[in-house]
Design a protein around this ligand. Structure first.
Ligand code: SAM
Ligand code: SF4
Length: 336
């Protein structure tokens, strides 16, 4: 397909799905080492292997020209990247973009929440897997719960349109905390999503042993709260339930127990400029060499992105029983 064949220049794949949402990882580095995400002795990319912030801004601008209206900045931990705020300010200025959103571990939010809000960030997802300091440390290896909770409070004070906690439950580690985390969300009038652990990258435990189905978590919570199925749709793999008489919605992100691929509207760009067409598959297009070979001409990059729609797979292929992870790359590399 040439770029001229696509007159609307919208990103429509071979199954008729329109891509209007990108998730961009701006660093593979992180101040935490969450056990389900990274190994303890993770090696990180060197500086020149990673997109510059100017290249990140250029990629987002091009995608917005191609009809993308929602951008999530993620990582690694996006807020540990030096000058990350500059990127938020640049992206926040783009016309055509409806939603600039962020996924963070919250460690730097107390410092940056106000500036992020000013730059145009509408909604923030903050990952919190436990409200118990010792357990939080055990899961994140290097994280400090108090610092993250101060970040949550700073985000609340900054007045974002939406704040959502992201929680990965693991059998035998924090699966008894679902209710406490929901209560925390209700008290603070924010949302919470439970994410099933995905087999991305090699970690130090067997995911088959730690896996908890969201179906079980939902059943447990339904016995404690009155949950009303919500029509709220983020366009992604989450299904939402409203907690009756509260401001809180509970989302369940279930790559295993619910196949969400048929309505997939997103692609991911890694911090190396790899355009991944599916979180669970290897299909990708390398954007970094094109960006560097054509610093003043977007045409080849636009053509590559339009053409990539032909190789967006129908769906992911996660299987917990497999000895090797479905995908060798880590979420911190691809961007969660
Ligand atoms: N550092 C930020 C954070 O933790 O929110 C952003 C990047 S992190 C990779 C994005 C999300 O991916 C987090 O909510 C994290 O819990 C989740 N995540 C990481 N590895 C995962 C895995 N193997 N399975 C499911 N979720 C995972
Ligand atoms: Fe860092 Fe986020 Fe991965 Fe935890 S989940 S190690 S905070 S990138």
């Amino acid at each position: 397909m040439s770029i001229h064949a696509n007159t609307s220049r919208k990103l429509i794949d071979q199954f008729g799905r329109q891509v209007d949402y990108i998730r961009l990882s701006i660093t593979d580095r992180c101040d935490f080492r969450c056990v389900y995400c990274m190994s303890e002795d993770m090696t990180f990319l060197s500086r020149n292997e990673v997109l510059s912030l100017e290249e990140c801004a250029r990629i987002v601008r091009i995608f917005v020209q191609l009809g993308v209206n929602k951008v999530r900045i993620t990582g690694g931990e996006p807020l540990v990247r030096k000058n990350a705020l500059w990127l938020f300010e640049e992206v926040g200025k783009l016309s055509g973009l409806d939603e600039l959103v962020l996924t963070t571990n919250g460690s730097q939010l107390a410092k940056h929440a106000d500036a992020l809000k000013k730059s145009g960030v509408k909604r923030i997802n903050i990952s919190v897997d436990s409200l118990q300091a010792d357990r939080f440390k055990q899961i994140t290896r290097t994280g400090n719960l108090e610092q993250v909770l101060a970040g949550v409070q700073a985000a609340l004070a900054a007045g974002f349109e939406g704040i959502k906690l992201n929680t990965v439950l693991m059998r035998g580690t924090n699966d008894d905390e679902a209710e406490d985390l929901v209560n925390f969300a209700i008290t603070n009038r924010i949302d919470i999503s439970f994410i099933e652990e995905m087999p991305l990258g090699e970690v130090n435990h067997s995911r088959d042993n730690t896996f908890i189905s969201n179906i079980d978590t939902l059943k447990k919570l339904q016995s404690k709260y009155s949950l009303i199925p919500s029509t709220h749709n983020s366009g992604g793999p989450a299904r939402y339930w409203q907690v009756a008489n509260s401001a809180t919605k509970i989302g369940f992100i279930s790559p295993h127990s619910h196949n969400f691929c048929e309505s997939c509207n997103r692609v991911r760009i890694s911090c190396k400029g790899e355009l991944f067409l599916c979180l669970g598959q290897e299909d990708k297009v390398e954007l970094m060499p094109l960006l560097r070979a054509h610093p003043n001409d977007d045409t080849p990059i636009i053509a590559a992105i339009l053409n990539s729609m032909q190789i967006k797979p129908k769906g992911h292929d996660f299987d917990l029983k497999r000895a090797a992870p479905a995908v060798v790359r880590f979420m911190s590399h691809t961007g969660g």
